[in-house]
Structures are given as C-alpha cells and as structure tokens.
Design a protein around this ligand. Structure first.
Ligand code: 4AD
Ligand code: MG
Length: 444
C-alpha cells in the first residue's frame, strides 16, 4: 500500500494508490458518490461507483459526513474537468475505510460572518481559502530564509523579553519580570546591531509584539517580522538588498504556489512585475503628490482623507493613493525625523529628515517594510535617547556598541502578515495569520 499525497497525484496517473484524508464535501448522484477529499496538500475528487465496490463500502460512502476522516484506495485517472487542487485528476475508489465519522460540522459551504469563523479558527483553517493562504505564508517564510541564508546573513535569535522600547513607548506590552518592568519585544533590531559587530550580516526572524490599540485592517498585536541588519551599509545599499529580497519572495510564490493563488482568485498581473529596481520617491515628493491628488479629486471625502501637511505621518489612505501611482512596490525615503524612531540617522545637512525608507506594496496593501541607516555616533545617539525620554541606563549596552568599532550600518524589518495579505490579495490581515491576535481577540 503506497500512501500518496494529493499535491503529487500527477506522478501516479494510472496507478492504484492510497490516500489518508478528510471528506471536504460529498455529492450524492444515486449510484455515484462524489467525494471531495482533502489530505492537507490538496483536494481530490474521489468517485465511488456502486458497481465497482462492495455493498458495505458503497453504504459507508453514502453516510459520510463533512470532515469525516477516511483512508481511500483507488486508481488515479487523468480528467481535465475534475475539480480540486491542483485538479485535473480523480480517484476511482476501490476501498474505503472510515477512521472517524464526523459529527455535525459547524462550518458549511454557506456564508458565515467573520466573527463566527474567527471563533472557530481552529477549524476554519481547513477551508480551501484559508488553507491556500497559510500554504502561501509557509512558502513566504521559507523564501525569506532561503534568500538570506544564501546571501551571507547569519540567523540570530533575539530575546522576546526585553527592557528596551525601540519603536515608540505607546505600543509596549508590559510584563512584571520578577519585580522589574520588562516588555515583549517590539523588534529584535537593537540586538542585531550588536550581532553585526560579531557577524557582519545577520537577521532575526520571529514573533513581534505591539499593543496596537486601534482596530485596522493592517495591524495585529502579535505578528512575525524578519529583520536583516548589515554592517558597512548605507541607505542606497539597503534599498538594493530590499528590492532583491522582496522580488525573490514574490517570484518564489508565483512559481511554487500557483495552485493556491488560483484558489484565492488572485490577479497576478502586478505580482508578476515585481522585479528590481523598484521606484524611489522622497517623502517631500510624496507629500506633493498627495496634495495634488487631494486638490484634483472630485470626491470631497477622498480629498479630505488625502489632505496633509509636511511633517505628518502617512495613514492608510495616503499609502494606498501613493502606491496606486506605481506598478511595483515603491520606496518612500527621508521621512521627517520626528515621525520616526530615535535610532534613525539624520540626513547630513538636513537633520529634520532621516535616512529612512518605507516600502509600500502596490494595490493598497500598505507598508510592508520599514528600514533605515542607524546612528553610529555615540553622542548623537545619546542625545536622541534623552530627547525621547528613554531611560539611558537601559540603553547602556546599546550605546557601548558606538564605542568599539562603530561603523555605518543599516537594516530593515519586513512584516510577514502584511506580505501574505499583499501576495494573497487579502482584504484584512487577520486571515494572514493562523491564530491572529488583535485588540479584541486572543482566542482560540
Ligand atoms: O516599521 P516597523 O515598526 O520597523 C521596525 O520595527 C524596525 N525595528 C525594523 C528594522 O529596521 N529592523 O515595522 C516593520 C514592519 C512594517 O513595515 C510592517 O510590515 C510590520 O513590520 N508591522 C506590523 N505588521 C502587523 N501588525 C502590526 N501592528 C505591525 N507593525 C509593524
Ligand atoms: Mg514602520
């Protein structure tokens, strides 16, 4: 008995094989039972024909409920019309063993509300769309490591329990660490700035925590971020790394997850154009573009949303409108120093802007990367820590790095769920995580 997985079914055309899976759906056509069976790697149509199986097998097939666990043996037949993922094949069933007959399954093919589904996330991940998204997510995570590992970056783990704030103090999850206040990490970056002193090029890749108090389509309170950090690197060098890295991720998904992207009905036109170089605009230019769009808009509501003055941070409508002007992800560089983190290098001769860049995804999926050059001068950094009202003693080790072989360096962070939402074309980031954590949800 050779157990075959559905994603490899094409290699077994004409053979008798065994599948281990679950009934996704069943259609009763009298003497024919059509079972859509999923096994974790795909969905295959399995046909039970009364004439070709023992009577007890046909009876068992007729009683199968949605999500019953089954082991099936049969012959693989090529059939262009056969539905399923990857599709194009079906199984002519000869044997059927029911491992468990499932009770009434709460998620039916009919429409359910999002909260209903989110409450049943532990089951919802079996549905075709959710399954497809999480398969793409795993490929994105693999492509991330693949590119970095093959370009000389050493993976380092950074602590999740930390005394330091790095991305503003308003989104910290506080923790009582045996009497001393600590936080869940907002970033591993500060540690990576130490790690590059030992290894040159590093990355960390793990869960990240932000107590985001707003309910948006783009924010989670726990998300995954990959953060490369590079010694002897400036902003130009950083952007070249970012565009190659993101292109590799997108092209890997298009190559290896075509079937899943088809399940999601994702329009691949713009994704297929994701190759370096990506366009670069400055924050100054971005503000002018937004002011022009606001002035020319015939929709007063949109015009009001797009209105902005130099010095403010962009909101979702601004990012969407800017990205819509380009077919590829766009870099917005040199943000005002006041809207960005304390560690970003001020521009030489124009300290009111910093050597930073955000990468905005096309089609309204927002900021997927934030990155910058880091201040490598001890006294400038100390002054910034003080200006931001951060406790200097907790940053003593970070300041130390500026005393012993301090070099220009730069790095960035890419949010996994934002990237999944973009590549899969998801309206809301909650579907990009297996078990999302948001302002009003920390279950299941
Ligand atoms: O722009 P951010 O805050 O940058 C940093 O944390 C830097 N320390 C990274 C670095 O330079 N090493 O976050 C980086 C990315 C964002 O562009 C976004 O993709 C994602 O992390 N992100 C979130 N994703 C989901 N929910 C949230 N609340 C997020 N906050 C940031
Ligand atoms: Mg950011």
């Amino acid at each position: 008995m050779s157990i075959v997985r559905i994603e490899n079914i094409a290699q077994h055309a004409g053979q008798s094989v065994t599948l281990q899976g679950w009934v996704y759906a069943r259609t009763d056509k009298g003497r024919l039972q059509f079972l859509q069976v999923r096994d974790g790697t795909g969905i295959l149509q399995c046909v039970v024909f009364q004439k070709e199986v023992a009577p007890e097998i046909f009876d068992a097939a007729r009683q199968l409920t949605q999500e019953s666990a089954v082991v099936l043996t049969g012959t693989v037949r090529a059939d262009e019309r056969a539905p399923g993922t990857p599709g194009g094949f079906e199984l002519g069933v000869t044997e059927l063993h029911v491992v468990q007959l499932a009770g009434d399954y709460p998620i039916s093919p009919k429409e359910h509300g999002v909260e209903f589904l989110m409450d049943r996330r532990h089951l919802w991940i079996r549905s075709a769309r959710q399954w497809a998204v999480l398969r793409v997510r795993a490929t994105i995570m693999r492509a991330i490591r693949e590119w970095l590992d093959s370009h000389g970056y050493l993976e380092m783990t950074t602590p999740i329990i930390t005394p330091n704030a790095a991305e503003g103090t308003s989104t910290l999850f506080e923790l009582d660490y045996f009497g001393k206040t600590s936080y869940l990490a907002q970033t591993g970056q500060l540690y990576n700035e130490a790690n590059i002193g030992a290894f040159g090029r590093v990355y960390c890749f793990g869960p990240t925590f932000r107590a985001e108090k707003s309910k948006t389509r783009r924010h989670l309170t726990e998300f995954w971020m990959v953060e490369p950090e590079v010694a002897y690197c400036d902003l130009d060098g950083l952007l070249q790394i970012e565009e190659q890295f993101v292109s590799h991720i997108v092209q890997t998904c298009l190559r290896e997850r075509a079937a899943e992207l088809r399940v999601l009905e994702r329009d691949l036109t713009l994704l297929s154009k994701v190759h370096p170089p990506f366009p670069r605009i400055t924050y100054d230019d971005a503000v002018q573009r937004l002011q022009k769009l606001a002035a020319e808009s015939s929709d007063p509501e949109l015009a009001a949303q797009l209105k902005m003055e130099w010095g403010g941070d962009f909101g979702a409508p601004h990012e969407t409108a800017l990205a819509a002007q380009f077919e590829r992800p766009v870099f917005v560089t040199h943000y005002p120093t006041v809207v960005k983190a304390f560690y970003m290098t001020p521009m030489a001769g124009r300290p009111e802007v910093c050597n930073s860049a955000d990468m905005l995804a096309p089609e309204g999926f927002g900021e997927i990367i934030g990155g910058s050059e880091r201040i490598h001068d001890h006294d400038v950094l100390l002054a910034r820590i003080q200006e931001h009202g951060l406790p200097v003693e907790d940053y003593a080790w970070y300041l130390d790095l500026r005393r012993f072989g301090s070099v220009p360096h730069a790095g960035f962070g890419l949010g996994v769920e934002r990237t999944v939402a973009w590549i899969c074309g998801l309206e809301h980031i909650r579907e990009a995580s297996p078990y999302p954590r948001m302002l009003q949800r920390n279950t299941p």
